[in-house]
Design a protein around this ligand. Structure first.
Ligand SMILES: C=CC1=C(C)c2cc3[nH]c(cc4nc(cc5[nH]c(cc1n2)c(C)c5CCC(=O)O)C(CCC(=O)O)=C4C)c(C)c3C=C
Ligand SMILES: [Fe+2]
Ligand SMILES: [Fe+2]
Length: 353
């Protein structure tokens, strides 16, 4: 069968090759020397990463990764491959699809190479960064890395990128339906939306108006062009979209949102998930369900940080149980959303225009 001239590149964050500390060191070095993740001037970033983080963190992280590692490999990579397999069935074998990881293997470059091997006459690539909300450390760094590879190796290709999709109705439906069984079948007191945190500085840096984000009262609920690149606004909006979809304001449990995974001493977005879990338990919440909508695929940050450590902290503070709600992973409704976006790109050029 003739191969399609449009290829699909799904890009996720990445994982170490194994949970051995040596592999963790390689992976964390690449990850944390990204200037869109630790945005200090290069010499300071390098000194911090090489001098303080890498001597300590790989061993600690290796222990955490070992707890969540699957027989088939890193959950994030395995799940991304399952998504590709399902999408391939939907779109047909004639459509080249590949995965690329922003850090670690397979790299974004390997993803481009795979697409070109599948069809050497490829004309364009539709890249989907698997992040619902825009941030320097999510969509932006993926786009910049892909641009580097594209210009170096395949400048003749047309490149089209999917924007952050927190507001896409099919994504909201997939996320909402992934949460529904956990709020209907478990007698919960509270639903928490836990987003990956970022330093406040990242939010201010990407404020295109210069005076909106974290500068005016309730900024994320005041209309502004800054919201196109405001990770916090897009998290707030994700929560509101799901709340509306699931009618959360009329349930007999409460809900809230918070930010997890703080690293370092700079101010990050608040409230912090770990503090909030303790506060909720101390205030009498017995059963909490936690969803993690900054992540498309379950990974160390959901399975270990929330599912293991978060649960321990919550129970220690007086709660009975914490239920971790799985990410959309390879749910059929999520594949529906991807299929719609890809099918639009696979239409003949004149139909897209
Ligand atoms: C130091 C700063 C970090 C920023 C800023 C950051 C932003 C950010 N990250 C994700 C998604 C993921 N992060 C993951 C792991 C992870 N993140 C950081 C640091 C920052 N992230 C570290 C040090 C680690 C490694 C964890 C460890 O070693 O203990 C993962 C999991 C990958 C996996 O293989 O499981 C994801 C996914 C987002 C969405 C984001 C900004 C919004
Ligand atoms: Fe992270
Ligand atoms: Fe905002």
């Amino acid at each position: 069968m003739e191969q399609s001239k449009t290829g699909i590149l799904l890009v996720n964050l990445g994982s170490p090759d194994s949970y051995e500390p040596a592999d963790l060191k390689v992976y964390l070095r690449e990850f944390l020397t990204d200037k869109r993740v630790i945005d200090f001037p290069t010499p300071i970033r390098k000194a911090l990463v090489e001098g303080i983080i890498l001597p300590i963190r790989p061993k600690e992280s290796a222990e955490a990764y070992e707890l969540i590692w699957w027989d088939e490999g890193s959950p994030l990579i395995v799940i991304t491959q399952r998504v590709i397999d399902k999408l391939q069935k939907r779109l047909g074998e004639q459509v080249p699809i590949a995965m690329g990881m922003r850090y670690g293997n397979p790299s974004i470059e390997a993803g481009f190479d795979e697409l070109m091997e599948k069809n050497p006459d490829l004309e364009r690539v539709f890249m989907v960064p698997l992040y619902p909300q825009y941030a320097m450390a999510t969509t932006e760094t993926v786009i910049e890395k892909a641009k580097e590879v594209w210009l170096k190796k395949y400048p003749h290709l047309e490149m089209i990128t999917k924007d952050a999709f927190y507001d896409d109705p099919q994504y909201v439906k997939a996320l909402g339906e992934s949460i529904r069984p956990y709020i209907e079948e478990h007698d919960i007191d509270h639903l928490m939306f836990s987003y990956h945190g970022v330093p406040e500085r990242h939010i201010k840096k990407r404020d295109i108006t210069g005076d909106h984000c974290l500068k005016c009262e309730d900024c994320c609920n005041v209309n502004s062009p800054a919201h196109t690149f405001c990770y916090r606004h897009q998290d707030v909006k994700t929560t509101q979209n799901v709340a509306e979809y699931l009618d959360l304001d009329n349930k007999d449990f409460s809900y809230s949102f918070a930010f997890q995974s703080k690293l370092g001493i700079d101010p990050w977005l608040t409230p912090a998930t770990d503090n909030e879990l303790v506060r909720l338990a101390e205030e009498g919440v017995k059963k909490v369900a936690v969803c993690c909508p900054a992540f498309i695929s379950d990974c160390i940050e959901t399975l270990e940080e929330i599912g293991i450590r978060g649960k321990e902290d919550f129970v220690e503070a007086g709660g009975d149980d914490l239920i971790l709600i799985p990410c959309v992973n390879d749910d059929d409704l999520w594949i529906d959303a991807l299929e719609t976006w890809c099918a639009d790109m696979l239409k003949p050029a004149e139909a897209v225009a």
